[in-house]
Design a protein around this ligand. Structure first.
Ligand code: SF4
Length: 385
């Protein structure tokens, strides 16, 4: 067990509910640029040394899509909700989230009062989360309300900003993950006649279709057009209104990729993430969240061959850990989450060595008002489990 050492102001335990970020925790500290010069050969050693010295005051989280050089240091690995919950269940004061911005925000919403969440690179965003701007969503809501008595319930994917989660909580809706989207959407239909699904068009469509909702009962809301590019009649007919957003990684998988795998590798099974296009999901043998993909592939008989439609780091790790299976990417061209890839061992070392010096760099703070409503939206989902 690494020894916990006193590390300046980090040893001071703030009172729950009164935690504030001291001046030195507002992103000052050593300049990151000097870390670009750290030789690769000493990075691992310094990261391990820093983690040892920080001990249980820090919990390091690694999302499934994170690069190997970073995720190997994680105490917990998993999807964003699981990681946020695991971090909140520890006593660690500092949660270093090696994921993307919305994941760190979610961890901040679920954290204990004394905890602080850190994102090693603030540029690690998410293309999908960024496609639903709060101003656009409020305009959409106002336009739907102006139509009168549409009775819409917002249902929002975990991969969204805290502002959109808060909007969802405030307007009676719930968060979903890729593994419980059907259950939550069913719940939403007990509270209203229509669902506004944010921000992933594909997850919304794949989920609604599997619930028996026909494609012509779904409308796509394009935030750049009046009424989302729909007629009033189409919106009144729609049971599900799908926000026009997507994941730049999963949208790259095409039906032709499934056809090619079937032609070139007879017997190979295809499993894809529900953020993939409807046409891809329809052709696949199975659909699964990141955790669902892992469970399905790991539990398949030895010798099973899989083409997997999700982020390449997860696919490669599955292939490495299951040498008696065949695991390949569904796309012959690498599908990498380029924003998560921004988090490098250098960024990790930078935040850890700053913690040793008493500096918290890149803290992620969801404003209190937003946190309340975002938490409510998350709790609605968690109560359905
Ligand atoms: S894989 Fe897609 S949804 Fe996930 S973090 Fe990257 S861009 Fe966002």
């Amino acid at each position: 067990m690494p020894q916990l050492v006193e590390i300046g102001r980090l040893a001071v335990q703030p009172q729950p509910d009164t935690l504030h970020v001291p001046e030195m925790e507002k992103g000052v500290g050593c300049d990151f640029s000097s870390y670009l010069l750290v030789p690769d050969t000493s990075l691992d050693e310094r990261i391990r040394a820093a983690l040892d010295r920080l001990g249980s005051s820090v919990v390091l989280l690694g999302h499934h899509y994170q690069r190997d050089e970073v995720i190997k240091f994680a105490r917990f690995t998993g999807d964003s909700l699981k990681l946020a919950q695991q971090a909140a269940s520890t006593d660690a004061k500092y949660i270093v989230f090696c994921g993307v911005h919305f994941m760190a925000e979610s961890a901040d919403v679920l954290r204990q009062p004394h905890q602080v969440v850190i994102l090693p690179d603030l540029n690690a965003g998410c293309s999908m989360a960024d496609m639903a701007d709060i101003g656009q969503v409020e305009t959409c809501w106002a336009e739907l309300e102006a139509l009168g008595k549409l009775d819409v319930v917002p249902v929002t994917y975990m991969n969204s900003t805290a502002a959109i989660k808060a909007f969802t909580g405030e307007h009676g809706g719930s968060i979903v993950t890729s593994s419980n989207a059907g259950r939550v959407m069913s719940w939403a239909f007990t509270r209203g006649e229509r669902v506004l699904f944010l921000p992933d068009e594909h997850l919304g469509r794949n989920t609604a279709f599997r619930m028996g909702i026909a494609l012509d009962e779904m409308a796509v809301w394009d935030p750049d057009q009046e009424l989302g590019g729909n007629t009033e009649e189409a919106l009144r007919r729609a049971k599900v209104i799908l926000w026009k957003g997507y994941c730049s990684v999963h949208q790259r998988f095409l039906p032709e990729h499934v056809d090619r795998v079937r032609a070139e590798h007879p017997g190979m099974r295809v499993i894809v993430h529900p953020e993939c296009r409807f046409e891809v999901a329809q052709k696949a043998d199975a659909i699964g969240s990141t955790e669902g993909i892992i469970t399905t592939v790991v539990n398949s008989p030895e010798g099973t061959a899989w083409a997997v439609g999700t982020e390449i780091h997860l696919v490669n790790r599955l292939a490495k850990t299951l040498p008696r299976h065949t695991v390949v990417s569904l796309d012959p061209h690498v599908c990498v989450c380029s924003t998560m890839f921004r988090i490098t061992p250098q960024h990790l070392l930078w935040v850890l060595e700053n913690l040793l010096e008493g500096n918290v760099v890149n803290p992620i703070r969801v404003p209190d008002g937003q946190r309340h409503w975002a938490r409510l939206a998350l709790d609605r989902m968690l109560q359905l489990k």
